[in-house]
Ligand binder design. Structure first.
Ligand code: ADP
Length: 249
């Protein structure tokens, strides 16, 4: 481990299953932590569906290598990024085993991160060997877990919590995403996936609850446009900034 890497805090963002908003949270957390004065970098280790180049709007840009190490790609939010999506052709499915994924991740983490003091790692979803290898090899200082309020996602999140325990990586806390649907026409809040389940699960697992993000079409649209909500102000950005403050505390 290089001296540079020892000083940098590595924070993993994980989820028990895919599609719960892990990548969305990671990108917005990166922007919100940068607003708090940190120099933040982002590693997109989601080998099954690397989406950070789209969310952060630097799709198509390729990292260059210097002295056999990758140079992260800048995004317009001042967040340098390295993604599995930068290493493979868009749309190509990856079926990697633990060692291969571990080696690719080493390239992304042991890169020229310069003065980055906080490196967020968007982990692949689930609790397999690939994830365990990654956690054991890189020993993040902590992990943020994201889940929807649904029972099944919650069971998976609890399993992911066990994975972090096994790797001896402390869980910083749980985030509830897609909690409450805000109607784009009338602004009324309804609960398609239920609400509050993650907070209850956090209590049961004796883990901190970091906050709740509503299911809001504007979040998906902003992410698809490379304009994550945390780069703005107002109600859409607020939950991400609140969560970042707790992660940073
Ligand atoms: P994961 O990384 O867990 O697979 P993503 O962050 O890629 O999940 O999110 C899956 C999809 O859901 C994306 O289209 C994203 O824009 C959308 N999404 C995530 N969180 C929200 C939310 N709170 N409201 C609306 N759409 C969301």
């Amino acid at each position: 481990m290089t001296a540079e890497r020892r000083q940098r805090r590595l924070i993993a963002v994980g989820s028990g299953k895919g599609g719960v908003g892990k990548s969305t949270l990671t990108a917005n957390l990166a922007i919100a932590l940068a607003r708090l004065g940190h120099k933040v970098g982002l590693v997109d280790a989601d080998i099954y569906g690397p989406s950070q180049p789209v969310i952060l709007g630097n799709q198509g840009k390729k990292p260059i290598a210097r002295d056999e190490k990758l140079v992260p790609v800048e995004s317009e939010f001042g967040i340098p990024v390295l993604s599995m999506g930068h290493l493979v052709e868009p749309g190509r499915a990856l079926a990697w085993r633990g060692p291969m994924a571990g080696n690719a991740l080493t390239q992304l983490i042991d890169a020229h991160w310069g003065d980055v003091d906080t490196l967020l790692v968007d982990l692949p979803p689930g609790t397999g060997d690939v994830q365990l290898t990654m956690l054991q090899r890189f020993k993040p200082m902590g992990a943020v877990l994201v889940s929807t309020p649904q029972d099944l996602a919650l069971i998976d999140a609890a399993r992911a919590g066990q994975l972090f325990d096994q790797a001896e990586v402390p869980v910083i806390g749980l985030v509830e995403n897609m909690a409450g649907y805000v109607c784009p026409h009338c602004g009324e809040l309804s609960d398609p996936f239920g609400r509050g389940g993650v907070e209850t699960a956090a209590e049961r697992l004796e883990l901190p609850f970091l906050g709740r993000i509503p299911l809001d079409l504007a979040i998906r649209e902003g992410s698809d446009r490379g304009q994550p909500p945390a780069c703005g102000t107002g109600a859409l950005a607020a939950p991400f900034h609140d969560i970042a403050a707790k992660v940073d505390a």
